[in-house]
Design a binder for this molecule. Structure first.
Ligand code: SF4
Length: 634
């Protein structure tokens, strides 16, 4: 985003650079567009949903279906965590009951976004399909952004993600002189087999990864954005900028950044030795487990404390492992909890020494990947759990969707009948790895399409854990009637998933409680999907708008931020309706309701069908009315 005047004061003082790149022809159309409203100004899905609204898409993989790569107004600035890149498209996974694809997005941190920003781009719209497997190169040119296609070499085709990153780093950076001007977004074999895999992710590089050579990626995981990129015949996107353009902000930014990095708001995401942190996202596993609501055995925990061997606390305290916190560029939260083997000489009781002497990198402990390839599959051996979670990254899967798919296949086999997936059963880590490889390389074409499609073909929709085709994240649907109203996966776009255990005022049996949480609160979390800051800052709207004002000079208010966020949510909802979503599309698997196989758990049994349908009626009524008033629905 560029200021059109020396001292910008209002959003209309800014313009955006939009690039439409035709991959068939290799042709570029660059345009400067005046910022029209708050959604344009903030960026991310505020703008990309508007672009989606200009297209009628029946096939998410058709060359004429757009894939938008863009950033927010804080991406690439000195705002701590201002690193996010957004990928928006009609999703192969998120589909109506009549099979129409619905729009969605996925987002990642890492350093790709800040380099993208420095190339001078704001929105990149990819159309068409490259004639051969290619690498899309975005460069900071002397007269603005330059875009070109390089042919992908044999070394890239079919390669796992660590090998792809290694090749890209050697090709586009000067590794021997430690100059890393390029950062990368890439897909794995899963994304290359897009026709057979609808839940491939996009991985982004981090500075630490390029310098250490270890697998320290970030992920735009959800909704199959890696499959869409694969369908465009793009194996990787390179963002290359020799000079970092990083707006510093005014004096206010220093204290905001200190608060984000060191204050209470982000404490839960920090390592215990980082100012008394809570331990990262992984801490949720124990929190849910002691409350008897941790997904186990395809979302059906039969009690409490079922997964202690793979809690992050157990792994951190064990003699075999050391957990070291790492970070994206410049972020003091350092939420990445990376697991290393302890020194072969034995683990020193002094945490700092143990970190220094640690052996090789084993894998990352993040809640969703570890939970859904661990306890939910009844895999409770730490090494197997870590290996399986790491395999999802190396093959380029959304770890949530592939984990839930494996859980569904295991559940199906446990129920008897004709076995599928080689008879895969709960607890079988080796079998899970085998099926995952088969899916990634296109040898199991049905299983790569997610639990909605699989269950439509072979039955079992009553225990296929998804809403609108998007597999549930690692929170029980039995505790969360908000899942179906999330526009891009339950834990990324509708914050109702932890209320059952975290909200002391929670009234689980009250329709009005849930309607209030979904329609007036839950969507607020997607503000991070506009402006480019990370979800884990847990910043208040006031803090965020101060940062925006500091960086841009535009005095922005909390109500402007929240209005634009709600509009983005409503536009996302309207885009679902435009594709023909009906009341029946907003649902969850039958077995999660009271009286059904997974609906009466020892600690949860409030989600009756009547309660859910009461919530749904009121939520849809409100979102429909508000979307009409905003002009998004007729
Ligand atoms: S909180 Fe974590 S994911 Fe977000 S920017 Fe910091 S290190 Fe990266």
């Amino acid at each position: 985003m560029k200021a059109d005047v020396p001292s910008p004061r209002q959003i209309s003082d800014y313009s955006l650079t939009r690039a439409d790149f035709d991959l068939d022809q290799g042709s570029l159309n660059l345009e400067q567009q005046k910022v029209q409203d708050e959604m344009d100004f903030l960026g991310g899905i505020g703008r990309s949903f508007k672009i989606m609204n200009d297209y009628q898409v029946e096939d998410p993989f058709a060359p004429e279906s757009p894939l938008v790569i863009n950033i927010g107004c804080l991406t690439g600035t000195a705002y701590m965590t201002g690193l996010r890149t957004y990928f928006t498209a009609y999703s192969p996974l998120k589909r109506t009951l009549k099979d129409a694809p619905m729009a969605g997005w996925s987002t990642m941190s890492g350093s790709f976004g800040r380099k993208f920003h420095s190339t001078g781009l704001d929105d990149l719209v990819l159309l068409g399909r490259a004639p051969r497997p290619s690498i899309l190169v975005l460069r900071q040119g002397s007269n603005g952004p330059e875009i070109s296609l390089d042919e992908a070499p044999e070394a890239m085709i079919g390669a796992r993600t660590p090998d792809k990153f290694k090749w890209l780093n050697e090709q586009y950076n000067q590794t021997s002189s430690r100059k890393f001007h390029a950062h990368f977004a890439t897909i794995g074999p899963a994304g290359e087999n897009w026709e057979k895999v609808w839940y491939a992710c996009i991985l982004g590089s981090t500075q630490e990864q390029l310098m250490s050579g270890e697998d320290k990626f970030r992920f735009a995981g959800r909704l199959g954005m890696g499959s869409v990129l694969g369908s465009k015949n793009i194996l990787a996107v390179v963002a290359h900028a020799e000079k970092d353009d990083s707006p510093k902000g005014d004096a206010r930014l220093k204290s905001i950044n200190q608060e984000i990095g060191r204050g209470d708001q982000s404490k839960g995401y920090r390592h215990p030795i980082n100012r008394d942190g809570g331990g990262g996202t992984g801490r949720l596993e124990r929190v849910l487990d002691i409350n008897g609501v941790l997904p186990v055995k395809n979302f059906a925990p039969e009690g409490e404390n079922l997964a202690e061997p793979v809690h992050i606390e157990t792994i951190r305290d064990s003699k075999d492992y050391v957990i070291i916190d790492k970070q994206c560029f410049g972020c003091q939260i350092s939420c990445h909890q990376d697991v290393y083997a302890a020194s072969p000489e034995g683990k020193d009781p002094d945490v700092k020494k143990a970190r220094k002497e640690a052996g090789p990198y084993v894998g990352r402990y993040e809640f969703e990947p570890m939970e859904l390839t661990g306890p939910n599959l009844c895999i409770l051996d730490p090494q197997s759990n870590l290996k399986l979670a790491r395999l999802t990254d190396d093959l380029g899967f959304d770890s949530i969707s592939v984990g839930v798919t494996l859980g569904y296949l295991m559940d199906r086999n446990e129920r008897g009948g004709e076995p599928v997936a080689g008879g895969l059963r709960f607890g079988d880590a080796k079998g899970a790895a085998r099926v995952m490889e088969d899916i990634a390389y296109g040898r199991e074409p049905l299983f790569g399409k997610g639990v909605k499609k699989i269950s439509e073909e072979i039955g079992g929709s009553a225990y296929a854990m998804h809403s609108k085709g998007v597999e549930h994240s690692a929170y029980l649907p039995q505790t969360n009637p908000g899942y179906p109203f999330a526009t891009a996966g339950g834990h990324m776009s509708m914050r109702t998933f932890l209320l059952y255990i975290n909200d002391p005022q929670c009234q689980p049996e009250s329709v009005d409680y849930w309607v209030e949480q979904i329609t007036n609160q839950g969507w607020k979390m997607i503000n991070n999907n506009l402006h480019g800051g990370c979800l884990f800052t847990l910043g208040t709207p006031q803090q965020t708008v101060e940062a925006i004002s500091s960086v841009t000079g535009v005095e922005f208010s909390s109500s402007q931020l929240l209005d634009a966020t709600y509009k983005a949510h409503l536009l996302g909802f309207a885009l679902e309706q435009k594709q023909g979503a009906t009341v029946e599309d907003y649902t969850m698997a039958d077995e999660v309701f009271v009286g059904e196989a997974k609906g009466d758990l020892p600690r949860v049994h409030f989600m009756t069908k009547d309660l859910y349908e009461g919530v749904r009626e009121k939520v849809l009524e409100k979102f429909t009315r508000d979307a009409r008033e905003s002009g998004y629905l007729s």
